[in-house]
Design a protein around this ligand. Structure first.
Ligand SMILES: Cc1ncc(COP(=O)(O)O)c(C=O)c1O
Length: 426
C-alpha cells in the first residue's frame, strides 16, 4: 500500500465516522454489512470509482437518476455555461429557461393534452403537487394507491406509500388514502367511490421489486378513471425518460394519464429538478388560485437548462433504442443464468433497462449484493422486497459492460450455490 493509498483509506475512515456521528449511524452500519460501503470518487459513464480507486459498474444509479450516464461531460458543460449568466432564478418571475423546458415536456409526453407543468425539486414534491391538483380539480378527496408502491416521503406521497413501516410511525397521515394490491383491477373497482379524486400508480413498480403489470392493467385503470371522472396519476419518476426502452413507461400500453410525474433522471445526474405534467384542461384549477402551489427552488433556471439538455441528449443519442437493445442482451444472459440456477432464481423481470432478478428467498438479496460488490458491480436488492435485485444501469451502457455484469452475476451465483443453507439438499 502506497502513502497515497493509506491517506485515502484514512480520509474514508474519517468520513464514515463523521457520517455515523453527524448524519446517520444505522445507515453506515447497514451499508457496511451489505458490503457496499463505498465512498464515491470519480464517476464516468456506467462506472464509479471508490475514492480508494476501486472501480464498480453502477446498476444502482440512485434508482435511476443516471439515465445519461454518470458525470456526463455534456451535462457538465451545459451547467458550467449556464452559470456564466444565470443563477437559480426567482420563482415569482418568468424565465425563458422554465418556458423552454415546459414546452419540451409538452412535446415529448404522449397524447395531445399533457401540456401544462408544475415544477418541483424532487420526486416526492412532484407527487404532492399531482395529488393536490387531482383533489383540487375534481373537488373529491379519496386517493387509491397500491401495495408496495413507492412515491416518496413527503406528506401526500408518504400517505400513498405501500410499505407500512414507512407510514406507520407518522400516522395519522392524510385521510382518504386507500391501498389496493398492484395489478388488481377488481380491487380498484371495489374500492372506488364517487369521491375518488385519483388513482396513483407507477407504470412499473421500482422499489416494490420491478413489478411489471399485466397488459390490460393500465388501460383498464384509464377506462375506470374516465368512467368515474377520477384522475389517473402515473408516477414515471423511475420509468420515465427512456428507462424502459420508450420515452415513458406508459407508452408500452398506449395509456395517457391525466397527470404524470418526473424527477430523478430529469436532472441529468447533476442538478435536482422534478415536474408534474398535467392535462391542459386542469389549468382551470389555477385560475382562481395562481399561487396555490409554490416551490422556491422548483424549476430553477439552472435546473431547467440541465433538464432540457438531458432530454435532448436522450433523443440525440437514441438512448431509448439502446435501452431496448441492451435490455434484450441482459434478458438473454439472465434467462441463461435462470436455467442454470433454478434453486436460486425464480424469475427475470425486464422492460428495457428496468430489470430485476427475483431470487427464491429474501436472504439471497443481501448476500448477492455483497458478492456483486466484491466483483466490482453495484446492484442492490429492492427497498420493499429484498428477494428482488434491481439492475438499473445508465442507458448509455455498452455491450461489453453488459457482458461484464452478466459474468459477475453468473460467477456470484455459482459461488452462492455452493454455500450452506442455499441448496435444497442442505
Ligand atoms: C417511483 C418513485 N416515485 C417517487 C420517488 C420519490 O422521489 P424523491 O426521492 O426525489 O422524493 C421515488 C424515489 O425513489 C420513486 O422511485
Amino acid at each position: 500500500m502506497t502513502e497515497q493509498d493509506r491517506h485515502l483509506e484514512e480520509v474514508k475512515k474519517q468520513a464514515f465516522s463523521d457520517y455515523a456521528k453527524y448524519i446517520n449511524p444505522m445507515k453506515v452500519r447497514t451499508l457496511n454489512q451489505a458490503g457496499i460501503h463505498i465512498m464515491e470518487g470519480r464517476r464516468e459513464g456506467a462506472a464509479v470509482w471508490d475514492i480508494t480507486g476501486r472501480k464498480y459498474i453502477d446498476c444502482q444509479t440512485g434508482s435511476g437518476i443516471m439515465n445519461v450516464g454518470r458525470h456526463n461531460p455534456e451535462m457538465v458543460a451545459v451547467l458550467k455555461k449556464a452559470l456564466d449568466s444565470l443563477d437559480i432564478g426567482v420563482f415569482l418571475f418568468f424565465s425563458e429557461q422554465k418556458a423552454n423546458l415546459a414546452k419540451k415536456l409538452a412535446e415529448i409526453t404522449p397524447g395531445e393534452d399533457l401540456n401544462s407543468t408544475v415544477f418541483g425539486v424532487g420526486g416526492g414534491e412532484a407527487i404532492d403537487a399531482a395529488i393536490k391538483l387531482a383533489r383540487g380539480y375534481t373537488m373529491k378527496t379519496e386517493v387509491i394507491y397500491t401495495e408496495k408502491a413507492y412515491h416518496g416521503h413527503t406528506g401526500f406521497a408518504l400517505s400513498a406509500i405501500g410499505r407500512a413501516s414507512y407510514r406507520e410511525p407518522f400516522e395519522p397521515l392524510i385521510p382518504g388514502f386507500k391501498m389496493v394490491p398492484f395489478n388488481d383491477i377488481e380491487a380498484v373497482r371495489n374500492t372506488l367511490t364517487d369521491n375518488t379524486a385519483a388513482i396513483i400508480v407507477e407504470t412499473i413498480q421500482g422499489e416494490g421489486g420491478i413489478n411489471i403489470p399485466s397488459d390490460d392493467y393500465l388501460p383498464a385503470l384509464r377506462t375506470i378513471c374516465d368512467e368515474h371522472e377520477t384522475c389517473l396519476i402515473l408516477d414515471e419518476i423511475q420509468t420515465g425518460l427512456g428507462r424502459t426502452g420508450k420515452m415513458f413507461g406508459c407508452e408500452h400500453w398506449g395509456v395517457v394519464p391525466d397527470i404524470m410525474t418526473l424527477a430523478k433522471s430529469l436532472g441529468g445526474g447533476i442538478y435536482p429538478i422534478s415536474a408534474t405534467i398535467y392535462k391542459e384542461e386542469m389549468q382551470d384549477f389555477f385560475i382562481p388560485h395562481p399561487f396555490i402551489h409554490l416551490s422556491t427552488f422548483g424549476g430553477s433556471d439552472l435546473g431547467c437548462v440541465v433538464a432540457l439538455a438531458a432530454i435532448e441528449y436522450i433523443q440525440k443519442h437514441r438512448l431509448c433504442e439502446n435501452a431496448e437493445k441492451m435490455g434484450q442482451r441482459f434478458k438473454a444472459g439472465f434467462d441463461g443464468i435462470l436455467d442454470q440456477y433454478p434453486q436460486l432464481l425464480l424469475e427475470v423481470r425486464q422492460k428495457g433497462l428496468m430489470m430485476g432478478l427475483q431470487y427464491t428467498n429474501e436472504s439471497i438479496g443481501p448476500r448477492m449484493t455483497k458478492k456483486f460488490a466484491e466483483r466490482g458491480l453495484l446492484a442492490v436488492y429492492a427497498g420493499t422486497d429484498s428477494s428482488v435485485c434491481r439492475f438499473m444501469p445508465p442507458l448509455t451502457i455498452t455491450a461489453e459492460e453488459v457482458d461484464f455484469i452478466l459474468n459477475v452475476v453468473e460467477d456470484a451465483m455459482q459461488e452462492l450455490s455452493k454455500e450452506k443453507g442455499i441448496s435444497s439438499e442442505d
